[in-house]
Design a protein around this ligand. Structure first.
Ligand code: SF4
Length: 699
């Protein structure tokens, strides 16, 4: 992370990428660009990573979409169209498909990078204007396991239930499956004390840049994290570190959870995970011996077909050590996408209404329906989760049309070749985006929309703090805001225009009303308060309320105020390595790129840093496969093949290969990933699938 002077000139705003939502300034540089400058903000204190410093390049990328594109047949090229033509075409086809096949013939897919206002209006558009139950979003692939486990344990999911800056006081921090030194570098500054005191523990099958900083690195086989959590819970209890007072007064369910963990001596966990029993005990002692300690999870431990149970395993350990709900200690999950927190609160999820309410809760339906001016029985019920939805597209019983906002599933969804075929089988694919992403290039209609610094909107960062991203530069001529697009479509589908406002401040005010009384209550937050610089973490139920930076200090959100242990049993990955596919592939991110790479692959400096896909392999594994550093390799799973350059790194487990998932074409990591879903969260198993490794020129 670079640092600069404490303040810059220009408009104070926030980074377009990850959930840290670093503060920055943007100064227009006519005719179309801008310059990023530093800005003092608590989560980043003026520092930005390489992606943040180069973010202005997104504003004048040469292939920016500036007019709608349409085609009437898939074998025709996309051609420029007016907005009237494009919107009339979409609305007409949607009406036709609904009449012929019913409302669930139309599906909506959103994104964790959309502002709160967009996420909210998208959910309302789906349920009110389209009356479809078929809506979900790419955050299902990101935060869903941690969210479900958090609700199960604490009655509420807010990624970090404390400000990021609280971590500065910690003597010990354990990061599980989170490579923050690459994914959100400015975050590392908050771990300085733990690191200096020898209290930084990192759990990751790779010796990542973050693991390099740690005093203790535990490298489990991919897909065995729950066994590790059970072994460490065993070590905590048998080592005399169980906080009996806390467990007795603030939690329920320890006995049932211990009944399973009692079978997992650290040596038994070592047999499954490969992590030495002594290291498991040492990690527990570091956490238990610290005055203030935190356990933080990331996608590495969550993106599994038993991801919810795995996170519960880590939460059980945190509860046994008495960490959650205490000042200066805690458990949290590190949200990934820019609005990964807000994106899961306002109703673009298949099973959810605004305010983090359940769609099958009668009282919630009544409340939200009254805000929307419709009858509760008009609201559809829960729909399919993200992968199930993509998998059903164009099938006899699935949706015939898809409206897609802020997502690029051709690159980012698991089993990507299959998903691409399903998208191609649709009668109508509409993509609203900023650039011609790989998914937009498949569409029948492409709608060019504003981005980040060209529009006002709020984001909720990983600590539940609601931020105002300000408009710093004018949008290019010809693009429209997503809110305007939704309003225009809603009107064409027979909705009154006033039901779909397109002013972000007005939409946010309505979102506040809809969220009132829910878990994520935004009713007291307004653009005006945010513009005035107030730091507001939800819940914030009234206009005079100061917000809630720290949750659970007086009790957890379950009735009775106690947290719950969950009895969880280890089960390995859905697709273990075998004789035909002897290695385990895991996917993830690299410093220079973000998500599907649709943005960062258009920034010259980031492309120079990491121009092409690669596969990280242990030198011994490479040698056995007949490969050397720099060779082109094939990584083959039961679903597909990735071609990428070999990078030999001694810090990765010899039974594991790593492929970053930011690249298209033959380097698409998700060609190999396994869509086995967690039964609770619907999270696919991105982090463990069986593969074999061969030279690319070998048949
Ligand atoms: Fe900060 Fe994340 Fe942006 Fe990097 S990508 S500058 S860590 S918000």
């Amino acid at each position: 992370a670079g640092t600069g002077p404490r303040s810059g000139v220009g408009t104070g705003t926030h980074c377009p990428y990850c959930a840290l939502q670093c503060g920055m300034t943007l100064t227009p540089r006519p005719p179309g660009g801008a310059r990023v400058g530093p800005r003092d903000f608590p989560v980043n204190e003026g520092a930005l990573c390489q992606k943040g410093w180069t973010a202005a390049a997104l504003l004048d990328t040469p292939d920016r979409l500036t007019h709608p594109l349409v085609r009437h047949r898939r074998d025709e090229p996309l051609r420029p169209a007016t907005w009237e033509e494009a919107l009339d075409l979409v609305a007409g086809r949607l009406r036709e498909l609904r009449e012929r096949h019913g409302p669930d013939a139309v599906a909506v897919f959103g994104g964790g990078g959309l502002t709160n206002e967009k996420a909210y209006l998208l959910g309302k558009f789906a349920r009110v204007a389209l009356r479809t139950s078929q809506i979900d979003y790419n955050g299902r692939f990101c935060m869903s396991s941690a969210a479900a486990a958090g609700i199960r344990a604490f009655g509420l999911d807010r990624g970090l239930p404390f400000p990021v800056t609280d971590l500065r006081g910690a003597d010990a921090v354990m990061l599980v499956g989170a490579n923050v030194a690459e994914t959100m570098p400015p975050f590392v500054r908050h771990l300085r004390r733990a690191r200096d005191r020898g209290g930084l523990v990192v759990v990751d099958p790779r010796r990542t840049a973050t693991a390099e900083l740690a005093s203790l690195h535990l490298a489990p086989r991919p897909g065995t994290d729950l066994a590790l959590a059970l072994g460490m819970l065993h070590a905590a209890v048998t080592g005399g570190h169980l906080r009996r007072d806390y467990v007795g007064t603030r939690t329920d369910g320890f006995t049932e959870a211990w009944r399973i963990a009692a079978r997992w001596r650290p040596e038994e966990a070592e047999r499954v995970t490969g992590v030495a029993g002594a290291d498991q005990r040492a990690a527990v002692e570091l956490l238990a011996g610290a005055r203030d300690a935190y356990i933080l999870t990331g996608r590495g431990t969550e993106q599994h077909s038993r991801g919810v149970d795995t996170v519960s395993g880590w939460i059980n350990l945190a509860l046994a050590l008495g960490l959650p709900g205490r000042t200066g200690s805690g458990y949290g999950c590190l949200t990934g996408q820019g609005n990964g927190q807000g994106g899961r609160e306002h109703g673009q999820k298949a099973d959810q209404l605004p305010g983090y309410r359940r769609l099958d809760d009668e009282a919630a339906r009544r409340h939200v329906a009254s805000v929307w001016g419709v009858a509760p029985e008009e609201l559809p019920g829960p729909g399919r989760s993200a992968y199930e939805l993509l998998d059903a597209l164009g099938t006899a019983t699935g949706p015939r049309a898809l409206l897609l906002f802020g997502s690029n599933p051709v690159v980012s969804a698991p089993n990507a070749a299959h998903v691409t075929r399903r998208l191609a089988a649709l009668d109508l694919l509409v993509v609203a985006d900023v650039v011609p992403s790989e998914t937009a290039l498949l569409a029948d209609v492409v709608l060019p929309v504003t981005q980040w610094a060209e529009e006002e909107g709020t984001m909720t960062n990983l600590e539940g703090r609601v931020l105002l991203r300000r408009r710093a530069v004018p949008p290019p001529e010809g693009v429209r805001g997503d809110l305007t697009v939704l309003r225009e479509l809603a009107v064409r589908l027979g909705q009154p225009a006033e039901r779909f406002p397109d002013d972000p401040e007005e939409v946010f005010a309505e979102l506040g009303l809809a969220s009132r009384g829910g878990a994520a209550d935004y009713a007291g937050i307004s653009h005006r308060r945010l513009r005035a610089g107030e730091a507001l973490h939800w819940p914030c139920p009234e206009p005079g309320h100061p917000g809630t930076p720290r949750l659970f200090l007086d009790g957890f959100a379950h009735p009775g105020g106690r947290a719950r242990f969950t009895p969880v049993e280890h089960r390995g990955p859905a697709e273990p390595a075998d004789a035909a596919y002897p290695l385990v592939a895991t996917t993830g991110r690299t410093l220079a790129h973000y998500q599907s790479g649709a943005q960062t692959r258009r920034v010259a400096e980031l492309v120079r840093a990491v121009p092409a896909p690669y596969v990280e392999v242990h030198p011994d594994t490479a040698r056995r496969a007949g490969l050397a550093d720099g060779d082109l390799a094939r990584v083959v799973s039961r679903r597909g093949t990735v071609e990428a350059e070999v990078r030999c790194v001694p810090g990765i487990r010899p039974d594991t290969v790593f492929v970053p998932f930011h690249f298209p074409d033959t380097g698409r990591a998700n060609l190999i990933s396994n869509p086995a879903l967690d039964p609770i969260s619907g999270m696919p198993e991105f982090k463990a699938c069986a593969v074999r490794l061969t030279p690319a020129n070998e048949e």
